[in-house]
Design a binder for this molecule. Structure first.
Ligand SMILES: NC(=O)c1ccc[n+]([C@@H]2O[C@H](COP(=O)([O-])OP(=O)(O)OC[C@H]3O[C@@H](n4cnc5c(N)ncnc54)[C@H](OP(=O)(O)O)[C@@H]3O)[C@@H](O)[C@H]2O)c1
Length: 287
C-alpha cells in the first residue's frame, strides 16, 4: 500500500512509519507543522490529491492533557479540525483512514475494563477533542478504523516529549518522581500497537477497535516497574494522588479490553509487563 503517516516525528507516528516500511509499504511521512499544518484544509486536500494514497494513518495530535486544558481552542483545532481535514481528504481521494484515538474518551468511573460498546463520556478537554475527532471521522470517511489505545511507551519521537526517556533522565540525576496510585490504564508499547495497526489496515474490517497491551496498572505501578528494570532504586518513585500533581482532571480507571480485535484479525496483544520487558531490551540495545 501507499500510506501517508501524519505525526511521523512523534512517539507513535515514527514507530508506525518504520513498521509499515519494514512490511514493504511505501510510506510518506508527514513530520509535523513545519512540513504541513494539518489545520489548513486546502493544503491537506492538495497534498493528499497529489499523493493519492491507499491509506492515511493519522497520528498527529496534541497529547499533553494539561496543555490541552489550558488552551482548548488550539486543542480542538489540532485534535478535531485537523482530523476533519484529513478525513475529508481521505474521503475525496478514496483512501482508508486510521484515526488514533484514546482511552480518555471514557469517564474513568467504571470498575472493570472498558470495551468498544461502552458509553463514552470524556472528563477533560483532551478526551472531548479526541472524541469529537472520532465523530468527524465517522461522519466523513466510510472506510475508517478508529483505534483507541492507552498510555503509550516507546523509543521514538522527540526526546522532549518522550515520557519514558524523560523519566530515565530524571532518575539518572537521582530525582524522586511522584506517580498516581489512583489512575489506572492499559499501558501500551508503541511497537506492539504499530504491528497491530498494520495487520488491521490491510483488511476491510472497518470500525472502532480497542488496541492496547493486556492488563492494567496504576501510574505508580508502571513507573516502579520501569524504574527497577532500568536499574534505579525503587525509592525514586513516590506514591501520590493524581489530583495533587496534575492540572486537568484525570481518570480513575481507563483500562480497556477488546471484544473485537482478536477474532477479527486473528491476532493477540501481549501483557503490558511482557511489553515493558521487550521495550527495556530494545532500550538497552540502543543505549
Ligand atoms: N502518548 C500517549 O500516551 C497516547 C495515549 C493514547 C492515545 N494517543 C494518541 O496517539 C497519537 C500519537 O500520539 P504521540 O504520543 O505519538 O504524540 P506526539 O509524540 O506528541 O506526536 C504528535 C505529532 O503530531 C504532530 N502535530 C501536532 N500538531 C500538528 C499539526 N497541526 N499539523 C501537523 N502535525 C502536527 C507533531 O509534530 P509537530 O509538533 O512538529 O507539529 C508530532 O509529530 C495521538 O493521536 C494521541 O492522541 C497517545
Amino acid at each position: 500500500m501507499k500510506v501517508i503517516v501524519t505525526g511521523a516525528s512523534g512517539l507513535l507516528g515514527e514507530e508506525i512509519a518504520g513498521l509499515f516500511e519494514s512490511k514493504g509499504h511505501e510510506v510518506i511521512r508527514l513530520k509535523g507543522r513545519s512540513q504541513l499544518d494539518l489545520r489548513d484544509l486546502e493544503s491537506v486536500v492538495r497534498l493528499v490529491g497529489d499523493i493519492h494514497p491507499d491509506a492515511i494513518v493519522h497520528a498527529a495530535a496534541i497529547k499533553n492533557v494539561d496543555e490541552a486544558e489550558k488552551d482548548p481552542e488550539t486543542t480542538y483545532l489540532t485534535n478535531t479540525v485537523a482530523t476533519r481535514n484529513v478525513a475529508q481528504a481521505a474521503r475525496m481521494f478514496g483512501a482508508k483512514m486510521v484515526y488514533i484515538s484514546t482511552d480518555a474518551v471514557f469517564d474513568g468511573e467504571k470498575e472493570t475494563p472498558y470495551h468498544e460498546f461502552d458509553p463514552v463520556g470524556p472528563i477533560n478537554v483532551y478526551g472531548a477533542s479526541k472524541l469529537a475527532g472520532e465523530q468527524v471521522v465517522k461522519e466523513l470517511c466510510e472506510r475508517h478504523f478508529i483505534v483507541r489505545t492507552g498510555l503509550l511507551f516507546g523509543l521514538k519521537g522527540k526526546i522532549e516529549t518522550n515520557m519514558v526517556l524523560n523519566l530515565f533522565a530524571r532518575w539518572r540525576k537521582g530525582e524522586v518522581i511522584p506517580a498516581a496510585v489512583n489512575q489506572r490504564c492499559s499501558n501500551t508499547y508503541t511497537r506492539d500497537l504499530a504491528r497491530a495497526i498494520e495487520i488491521m489496515a490491510n483488511t476491510e474490517y472497518y470500525g472502532t477497535y480497542h488496541i492496547c497491551n493486556k492488563g492494567r496498572a496504576s501510574r505508580y505501578e508502571f513507573y516502579s516497574k520501569l524504574c527497577t528494570m532500568a536499574g534505579y532504586s525503587a525509592d525514586l518513585v513516590q506514591p501520590a494522588q493524581a489530583a495533587a500533581i496534575r492540572f486537568a482532571r484525570r481518570h480513575k480507571n481507563t483500562a480497556m479490553i477488546s471484544l473485537l480485535y482478536k477474532d477479527t484479525f486473528k491476532d493477540e496483544m501481549s501483557d503490558w509487563e511482557d511489553a515493558v520487558s521487550r521495550f527495556m531490551e530494545e532500550y538497552k540495545k540502543e543505549n
